[in-house]
Design a protein around this ligand. Structure first.
Ligand SMILES: Nc1ncnc2c1ncn2[C@@H]1O[C@H](COP(=O)(O)OP(=O)(O)O)[C@@H](O)[C@H]1O
Ligand SMILES: [Mg+2]
Length: 318
């Protein structure tokens, strides 16, 4: 079966002189997770706002759960959940009150709304804190409540706009587990993120967006391969041995390595994996070069972007 829960063709959105979206095409097959990966200002939130009927595109068309976002907004809204980048829960209410209120907004009677709240509070490990006001929650708890809130009405398609931005690593990993569980229930998820690691961990498919355009698509491995795959990195103890280390690395990898005098690091793409790393280690030892660190690393999101777009993610102004 090849039904798509989300389909967008040629989405364009301009804000005055700014082109937030310059023609985006995307498809999210039903029951899968799609990550829209991109730096600040790439157009991620704009795409989510269009797909959730909060704003209209200037050009292009999109369907969500089979309904046109421009002409069948009510049908779309009935079938989606949105965890926006800024929290939507009321900080002055308790976790339970927030969920019950949302249930009632979705036309549930109070006992049904209360039952759904209990179910979700359990599922998101918030049962113990259900009676506390949300303003006292940690960042991670608040995000979990945000997620729970989007699920009150059993959405078919869930939009998560940067669900873990600003969380510490532990809260982030807890949230990832929660999102995994969600996906296990068959919900289609489209999430946005700035973290390649997050996209890789959660998504079946990734689209890489920059300046309102899709610049690459595929799974994380494909994106990484496009920027040259694994790299070996050597950090030498003595700065004056950097050039010697570079010669040894080049001899093994057959590629001219990059040198960074500031960090005393030599970096070179490799395709031999651990075998190559061992060759490098032997060469360094034979030349009596003291090594502070020797590692096999994958490109970072910054490097993916620099390679694919020629710009650094840190150039972007939020
Ligand atoms: N309401 C708005 N008014 C003016 N410019 C906007 C508005 N919303 C977004 N933009 C601009 O559109 C571009 C894309 O923004 P956004 O979709 O929020 O990116 P992201 O979510 O990837 O950070 C940015 O340059 C941003 O400044
Ligand atoms: Mg955003």
């Amino acid at each position: 079966m090849s039904t798509n829960a989300v389909e967008a063709h040629g989405l364009v959105k301009r804000y005055g002189p700014t082109t937030a979206l310059a023609g985006i095409d995307l498809e999210v097959p039903t029951g899968t997770v799609m990550a829209v990966l991109g730096p600040n200002g790439a157009g991620k939130t704009t795409a989510v706002r269009i797909l959730t009927t909060l704003t209209e595109p200037d050009e292009g068309r999109a369907t969500v759960a089979g309904f046109d976002v421009a002409t069948q907004g009510t049908e779309v809204r009935r079938r989606i959940g949105l965890a926006a980048q800024d929290a939507t829960v009321d900080p002055l209410l308790t976790g339970r009150e927030n969920l019950v209120m949302l249930g009632e907004l979705h036309q549930l009677r109070r006992p049904a709304a209360a039952a759904r709240a209990v179910e979700l509070l359990d599922a998101f490990s918030l049962a113990d804190d259900a009676g506390r006001v949300v303003s006292g929650y940690s960042g991670g708890m608040r995000r979990r409540l945000d997620l729970a809130a989007t699920l009150v009405a059993h959405p078919e398609v869930l939009f998560l706009d940067e669900p873990t931005t600003g969380l510490d690593p532990r809260a982030r990993s807890e949230l990832w587990t929660v999102i995994d569980t969600l996906v296990g229930t068959g919900t289609t998820v489209m999430l946005t993120t700035q973290y390649l690691e997050e996209a890789e961990r959660l998504a079946d498919d990734i689209i890489l967006v920059d300046h309102g355009r899709v610049i690459a698509r595929g799974d994380a491995q494909k994106l990484k391969r496009e920027v040259g795959g694994d790299q070996v990195q050597v950090v030498v103890v003595e700065a004056h041995q950097l050039a010697d280390a570079a010669r040894i690395v080049a001899g093994v990898t057959g590629t001219e390595p990059a040198l960074d005098a500031g960090t005393r690091a030599v970096t070179s793409p490799i395709d031999g994996g651990v075998e190559t790393l061992i060759e490098v280690a032997k060469g360094l030892a034979a030349a009596r070069i003291a090594v502070e660190d020797l590692s096999l690393r994958q490109p970072t999101l910054d490097e993916v972007f620099m390679t694919l777009t020629g710009t650094d993610t840190t150039d972007e102004v939020a």
